[in-house]
Write a protein that binds this ligand. Sequence first.
Ligand code: DON
Length: 304
Amino acid sequence: MDELQVVVDRVYNRIMAEPLEGKVADYIPALACVAPDRFGIALQMLDGRLATAGDAFSPFSIQSISKLFSLVLALQTWGDELWERVGREPSGTAFNSLVLLEQENGLPRNPFINAGALAVTNAIVSRFALPDRAIIDFLGHLAGDIKLVFDDTVFRSEYVHGDRNRAIAYFLKAHGRMENPVEAVTTAYFKQCSIPMSCVDLARAGLFLATGGKTLKGNQIIGPVEARQVCSLMLTCGLYDGTGDFSFRVGWPGKSGVGGGILAVIPGRGTACVWSPPLTEKGNSVRGMRALELLARALENGEL
Ligand code: DON
């Protein structure tokens, strides 16, 4: 058996033997219906090798992992001008916090907290007639020209329970930082978060970040400088106020979502995506972080 597969199987089996800790997100009610023991790992290397374990091919709600791809799409269309709309510093506060916005003149700290992601989606709404289509088509292209769909149940569930995000959006608007209607921006944002994708789909979609911005087919998505900048933001802000601990334990740029997924970039080598719904208090997958920690150790030991 391929040595990559041996390592992934070992990590999977080791974690399956550990107690299941954490709590499945329920503030978006549709997410609470997912079985807590689902668990998948996909490791995609740049040389084409793919190793998977468990539910690696099962679609789950990507939620905030979508913020990574909306950021890249916005950078494609806005370039450096985007940074006039959103900062590049860790927030140290919860992903859905409003606290810093009040103190900092409505400028979101980074593109991965909800305020920053809404500012990025607003920038996309300004440039595309069908912004949610632009995001889903971009993601489908990156994942290997696959057809993706919005999950209407998850979308509606978040739409009905989305007042906190609307509050953030109105706050941006009050500070002159949102030129589009709040309804248009939050709808596009809830839709991008609802997209179901598997660990394998996401690992493939993120590969260009491990290669300086180029897909395996040679399509330059963003420049090498921008790819490095996006990875730096993942490393410093990708798991919100849990990023420090994640970077300490794993050391790879990562982006999490409350669906329980985490996509990590292994610079110059490939990507890893893990999925397990129970989350830490900070909204990051408990088993996902543990799996990436064990994979990073295997890489250091020369096993990958
Ligand atoms: O905006 C929200 O609350 C969700 N659609 C996404 C949050 C999320 O995934 C945070 N990640 N850990």
